[in-house]
Design a protein around this ligand. Structure first.
Ligand code: LRH
Ligand code: MN
Ligand code: MN
Length: 426
């Protein structure tokens, strides 16, 4: 972890300016009946989970350019996550990917995380890759494979992930499969989906009563012609067939360009099947860029739906996770930044005058309806986020504090990387 003294000194240098900015914003918000302190409290209550796979440089299928001091195992990943949370104060949990993160001793891992005030969020299974010494290949699919052996192996893996998650205090399993086909005619759509449903139901039978199972859809990749759970429609059908504790997970990067994701969110929520999110941003496909870096307005509109849902008083507790990894930034900085962008969208969406919006909608006044959304979106809520971090013991400007700490350089010394030239596959 970073020396808390350093964080304090950083905050002391900035806090007067933040207090001034916050006071000015409070006056402005008070004019429209909003209590800025209540917004700080909301921001402090907001949390999004970190993806364990986002702490290293993800790269692309062409090349990976590892940075210095990247984590080499799950313990080092947890250490980095703890730093992200220490400074950004919005990410108290970690979503693990198995077998990438399988610990030899789960209780040791749990203890290590707890000592750093971190806990475990949804567990991710992985049947999109073959593992060493595994008897059946996933080359032609996993839960939906025509090969019964591959299906049974994938079911058993998912059940093992649940069992491990129970030891770590998790309460959800996220299932994303790359199953699909590259050529017309390669697979029978209906029979493939039937096999998927049958396998997934077997996994569901092993789901503890207080767990959720989240089905993550994705339009394409690695399959380039058809994917079994390609969109929210297939995901909804599957989740409905499978059972009450099964719901859909929306990864923002898993849709065709220009798809109205916020409307998908509303639909799933309306029918009780909105299970959770993988937040990231993209311009072309599943780009896994930092949240809010390309289309922050879309993120805000997603949170408009989520806050609306919360205000409606319906039971609602989706899992919020980041899912990003790429080539050009320090992953700790990117994760701090993304978490703050998601939190920003949440705060801005909380500022929408919902009564006015509903009235403009009922009056068929599109100009004023969209202006009501924009009034909240265009507000600079940075002082609220800064104040929330400050009050939570985080850093007012977490990326600056992180850079000043020299944490990465120290990791470069403590974590000597094996000397290999990483090659891309074109
Ligand atoms: C698939 C995906 C899914 C995986 C992760 C590594 O594209 O979004 O969530 O588990 O990437
Ligand atoms: Mn994802
Ligand atoms: Mn993805």
């Amino acid at each position: 972890m970073i020396d808390q003294q350093l964080v304090q000194e950083h905050n002391e240098r900035l806090v007067t300016g933040v207090e001034d900015d916050f006071a000015a914003l409070s006056v402005k918000l008070a004019r429209v009946g909003v209590d800025a302190d209540a917004m700080v409290a909301r921001a402090k209550g907001f949390a999004v989970a970190l993806p364990s796979w986002g702490l290293g440089t993800g790269g692309t299928r062409f090349a990976r350019f590892p940075g210095p001091g990247e984590p080499r195992n799950i313990f080092e990943k947890v250490s980095d996550c703890a730093v992200v949370h220490q400074l950004g104060a919005a990410t108290p949990t970690i979503s693990l990917h198995i077998p990438w993160d399988t610990p030899s001793d789960p209780s040791e891992l749990l203890g290590f995380a707890t000592e750093r005030d971190m806990a475990f969020d949804a567990m991710n299974s992985n049947t999109f890759q073959d593992q060493l010494d595994q008897p059946h290949s996933y080359k032609y699919g996993s839960l939906s494979s025509a090969d019964k052996g591959a299906r049974e192996q994938a079911i058993a893996h998912n059940i093992e992930v649940i069992e491990l998650g129970q030891k770590l205090g998790s309460s959800a399993l996220t299932v994303w499969v790359g199953d699909g086909s590259n050529f017309p005619g390669q697979q029978d759509f209906t029979r493939t989906f039937e096999r998927y449903l049958e396998s997934t139901k077997s996994v569901y039978q092993a789901l503890p009563d207080d767990w959720k199972m989240l089905l993550e859809h994705k339009i394409f990749e690695p399959a380039f012609y058809s994917t079994v759970i390609q969109d929210w429609g297939s995901s909804y059908l599957a989740a409905t067939e499978i059972g009450q504790r099964c719901a859909c997970l929306v990864d923002l990067g898993h849709h065709a360009p220009n798809v109205n994701i916020e409307m998908i969110v509303a639909r799933l929520a309306q029918f009780g099947k909105l299970g959770g999110f993988h937040f990231n941003d993209s311009k072309y496909g599943d780009d896994d860029l930092d949240s809010g870096s390309i289309n922050p307005y879309q993120l805000f509109l997603v949170f408009n739906e989520l806050v609306n849902l919360e205000m409606s008083g319906r039971p609602f507790s989706p899992f919020y996770m980041l899912d990003q990894s790429h080539n050009v930034t320090d992953p700790i900085e990117s994760l701090i930044y993304s978490a703050a962008e998601v939190q920003r969208a949440f705060v801005k969406a909380s500022l929408i005058d919902r009564e006015a919006l509903a009235a403009f909608q009922d009056d068929n006044d599109p100009m004023m309806a969209q202006a009501t959304l924009k009034a909240a979106y265009n507000l600079d809520v940075e002082p609220i986020l800064q104040m929330a971090r400050y009050q939570s013991g985080g850093a007012i400007d977490p990326v600056i504090a992180y850079r000043a700490s020299g944490y990465r350089a120290q990791c470069g010394i403590d974590r000597p990387a094996a000397k290999t030239l990483s090659s891309g596959i074109v």
